[in-house]
Ligand binder design. Structure first.
Ligand code: UGA
Length: 475
């Protein structure tokens, strides 16, 4: 069985499947993680938590100093505690020196950034630089190189090529592609309790040794060739983005026909073949992953002569969602020229201070372009957005943000916004218009306070669904 609950998890090595047992206890290994960004730090801390000795190397001296003083430079629940604990017991270390980090290691995880180029491709310069440094710093050991960075199909081969150039005397070094499936905000849980572990390598023994690092993690491990593993990562993120753009397109149709998209998603999600996840309509996906990865996959498709029409539509719908929201606000107010608008929620999703590709950025820019004044508030992301949009007025308190406003837009579904005293919000506003970009509120509750409510794909009068559960059969 490929079960997540099997006491000794099984791994299936091919479509027709030899089934091979996997150790459920960790044999402690010595590991270097290259890159102290989000993926690198979560990987380093979780590998230490699994019982390995880990050194994390990054050339950014400021960042390494911050980490040594026990501070994590971004918001990820549980990460600081893990790092503190494993640094205190000397199992986890931070350094800027590759030489020090590679001393006697069995595995090297590469977890560096692959930002978008202006053409939408994944920029491999940081991977190339890191692998070159690794090749130069290796003396006589032959560790397994594991790539965690999201990188286009063919990157394992590029890594192999650079290693031959820089460390050819060591012979062929094993390279394994091990894509990450970590969500910001739940990354520790996603690492320790993943749905699957994917490993891609032409060297099956090396892949099996990487599988053993995960020891007690109860999840199926899929071992493929490197190209397939790299593709699984892109296809997974593209599929999640497709689900979101699909439900957003359905939401637009719902607005026309008077149906409620949340109940449509609920009804669809009850079909086990569809599932309820990633069917929340809103102002579209953001963050450092889905937008970048869909673009990179579409770019990759073009290089191989494909016309990725579905991916292009997914991207376009995601841009349109933000424009549609501003268009609807314009229609409601008559014009946004001269209006003051509060934007509540700046992070691309709750539980993170990350504002990369956040829908709030596009919405603020659109409003600003049309002559509106924006007052913004986020529980943790004000400062990060101020670095990108310095001219916005940032408020530490949501009530302060709505003062004198003609409309308030909910751009991130922070749960604490549900506790807002809407009476007080309305009293502070010039015009009571609430645009719910994440369908956070119940429309009737908001309207009950005298607001004009605009949600995504919701009718003017919402009737609650009635779910009749099957009755237990009498014995
Ligand atoms: C995403 C994937 O979910 C991870 O599996 C993957 O490892 C990661 O990218 C990555 O490649 O590193 P993440 O970007 O942290 O993780 O965030 P998600 O939880 O996937 O949300 C992405 C965006 O989609 C957010 O803006 C969120 O608001 C939006 N979203 C999500 C919706 O609009 N509707 C939904 O139903 C779900």
């Amino acid at each position: 069985m490929l079960g997540a609950t099997a006491p000794l998890s099984q791994l299936n090595t091919g479509a027709h499947g030899d089934r091979v047992g996997r150790r459920d206890r960790v044999r402690p290994s010595s590991i270097c993680v290259v890159g102290a960004g989000h993926v690198g730090l979560v990987t380093a801390a979780c590998l230490a938590e699994l019982g390995h000795r880990v050194t994390c190397v990054d050339t950014d001296e400021g960042r390494i100093e911050t980490l040594r003083s026990g501070t994590v430079p971004f918001h990820e629940p549980g990460l600081e505690t893990l790092i503190e604990r494993h640094c205190a017991s000397d199992v986890l270390k931070f350094t800027t020196s590759y030489k020090e980090a590679l001393e006697g290691v069995d595995f090297i995880f590469v977890a560096v950034n692959t930002p978008s180029t202006p053409e939408g491709a994944a920029d491999l310069r940081y991977i190339r630089r890191a692998v070159r440094q690794i090749g130069r710093a290796l003396k006589d050991s032959r560790p397994i190189i594991v790539n965690k960075s999201t990188a286009p199909v063919g990157t394992a081969e590029t890594v192999d090529h650079i290693l031959r150039q820089e460390a050819g005397s060591l012979g062929e070094l094993p390279v394994v592609s091990n894509p990450e499936f970590l969500r910001e905000g739940t990354a520790i849980k996603d690492f320790m309790k993943p749905d699957r572990v994917v490993l891609g390598s032409h060297d099956r023994e090396a892949a099996r040794r990487v599988a053993e690092l995960y020891g007690p993690v109860e999840a199926p491990v899929l071992i493929t060739d490197p190209e397939t593993a790299e593709m699984i990562k892109y296809a997974s993120n593209a599929f999640l983005a497709t689900k979101i753009s699909f439900i957003n397109e359905i939401a637009s149709i719902c607005e026309g026909v008077g149906a409620d998209v949340s109940q449509v998603a609920q009804g669809m999600g009850l079909d086990k073949r569809i599932g309820p996840q990633f069917l929340r309509a809103g102002i579209g996906y953001g963050g450092s992953c889905l937008p970048k990865d869909v673009k990179a996959l579409a770019h990759m498709a073009g290089l191989y002569g494909s016309h990725p029409q579905l991916l292009n539509a997914v991207l376009q719908i995601n841009v349109d969602q933000r424009r549609r929201l501003v268009h609807r606000l314009r229609q409601t107010l008559g014009s946004v020229e001269g209006a003051t608008v509060a934007v509540l929620g700046l992070a691309y999703k709750p539980d993170t201070d990350d504002v990369r590709d956040s829908p709030a950025i596009d919405i603020i820019r659109l409003l600003d372009n049309e002559g509106a004044t924006v007052r913004a508030h986020d529980p943790v992301a004000n400062q990060n957005l101020a670095e990108i949009l310095p001219d916005v007025t940032y408020c530490s308190d949501p009530y302060d943000a709505v003062n004198g406003c003609d409309a308030v837009i909910i751009a991130t579904e922070w749960p604490q916004f549900l506790d807002l005293d809407l009476e007080q919000v309305k009293a502070r506003m010039r015009r009571p218009v609430l645009v719910d970009g994440r369908n956070l509120f119940h429309p009737d509750v908001v309207r009950g306070y005298g607001f004009t409510y605009l949600g995504i794909g919701r009718p003017d009068h919402l009737e609650e669904p009635l779910v009749l559960e099957p009755q237990p059969k009498e014995a």
